[in-house]
Ligand binder design. Structure first.
Ligand code: NAD
Ligand code: ZN
Length: 358
């Protein structure tokens, strides 16, 4: 099998974080097969999701900065069209349809990788942050970390499972919950949140969705949330959650809100033994919670950062069987800037996926 690889491509390039959003270039170089290092592969993209993380990276609003000039994007699906010479034990082959995650590569040999916490590897390469990502027609990726896309699973539907899906699937997996428990999802109407509603339902959890606006309310309730709280309208979120949960509070909260405010009351609305999974990444916010009640109620607080290769396989498998469906609008690479504006204004319910085929 061989593929014709062009020398140049269309790509959305961020020249300096914060200065401007992405500029679409049509003459960005594509690496040749001979230029790929062992372990690298060249992927021709079919589509890519747009995650709020890409917006944080472009704006430079995190305490750690992306490498610039930068091509963002980390929810890509495409075909392997070249593999670096002298790649040993290669788990993929030319023509395979694979997914690209935020965690593009890790060493697989350090303590973190050996314990299955590949995302904490000191040598981790991050798509669209430390290495070029998927807002381009071609991307260099890494044979040990690309994820096979199950046969028959539509690429556009699969794209956002690679970050939004994997991340929320893992956060729920480690949230110390069992079927019948209550879970609160602040940020439920966004890209991560609307998948969290569905992964929670596949675990038999009872979902309280928190977000704002009629479109997100409709989406969350249609996906199986049992209750909805509009954070801009509620006078007392803690009281509402306690009332819904028979006075005791929820068993867990997976917080995918992009603002610190989404974290603030969690320790108060969780029941004793409850678990707070921190997922949303406001750059500089901190959250205050009562030390006394954190101890007195035996509250667990966990940071949950994307997922490892196994989480990706599991999250995709559930979605490929139709139990979790990404609610997305398909757009073009030229729509990236307006998509970022929509995310900033809070008007994107679910996800935007960009078509990269043409
Ligand atoms: P998004 O913009 O699609 O969704 C965020 C949602 O949060 C929006 O619907 C918004 O209305 C809602 N929100 C804002 N303030 C809120 C509040 N006070 N209470 C409840 N809801 C509130 O963004 P996304 O792509 O879903 O990403 C969400 C966050 O998760 C981002 O900060 C992103 O960087 C982060 N993220 C983290 C990981 C991880 O590994 N932990 C992985 C991917 C993304
Ligand atoms: Zn992401």
């Amino acid at each position: 099998m061989s593929f014709t690889i062009p020398r140049t491509q269309k790509a959305a390039v961020v020249s300096t974080a914060g200065a401007t959003l992405d500029t679409i270039k049509t003459d960005h170089p594509v690496k040749t097969q001979a230029e790929l290092a062992p372990g690298e592969c060249l992927v021709k993209l079919e589509c890519t999701g747009v995650c709020h993380t890409d917006l944080h990276a472009a704006l430079g609003d995190w305490p750690v900065a992306a490498n610039t000039p930068l091509i963002g994007g980390h929810e890509g699906v495409g075909i392997i069209v070249a593999i670096g010479n002298n790649t040993g034990h290669c788990p993929v082959k030319l023509g395979d349809r694979i997914g690209i995650k935020w965690l593009a590569d890790s060493c697989l040999n350090c303590e973190h990788c050996r314990k299955g916490r590949e995302q904490n590897c000191p040598e981790a390469k991050l798509s669209g942050f430390t290495v070029d990502g998927t807002f381009a027609q071609y991307v260099v990726s890494y044979v040990n970390h690309v994820t096979p896309i199950p046969e028959g699973f539509d690429s556009n539907a699969a794209a956002s499972i690679l970050c939004a899906g994997v991340t929320t699937y893992r956060a729920i997996k480690y949230s110390n919950t069992a079927a019948g428990d209550w879970i609160v999802l602040p940020g439920a109407g966004g890209g991560l949140g609307h998948l969290a509603v569905q992964y929670a339902r596949t675990c038999g959890l009872r979902v309280i969705a928190i977000d704002t606006g009629a479109a997100k309310k409709k989406l969350c309730l249609s996906l199986g949330a049992e209750a909805w709280i509009d954070f801009k309208e509620s006078k007392n979120i803690v009281k509402e959650i306690k009332a819904l949960t028979g006075g005791e509070g929820a068993h867990a909260a997976v917080i995918t809100a992009t603002s610190g405010a989404g974290y603030e009351q969690a320790v108060s609305y969780l029941r004793a033994g409850g678990t707070l999974m921190a997922v949303g990444l406001p750059g500089t916010a901190t959250f205050d919670s009562s030390i006394f009640f954190t101890v007195f109620k035996s509250i667990n607080i966990h940071g949950s950062y994307v997922g490892n290769r196994q989480d990706a396989v599991e999250a995709l498998d559930i979605a490929a069987r139709g139990d979790v469906k990404c609610h997305f609008e398909l757009k073009e690479l030229g729509d990236l800037e307006s998509t970022y504006e929509g995310m900033q204004n809070g008007t994107v319910a679910g996800r935007v996926v960009l078509n990269m085929k043409d």
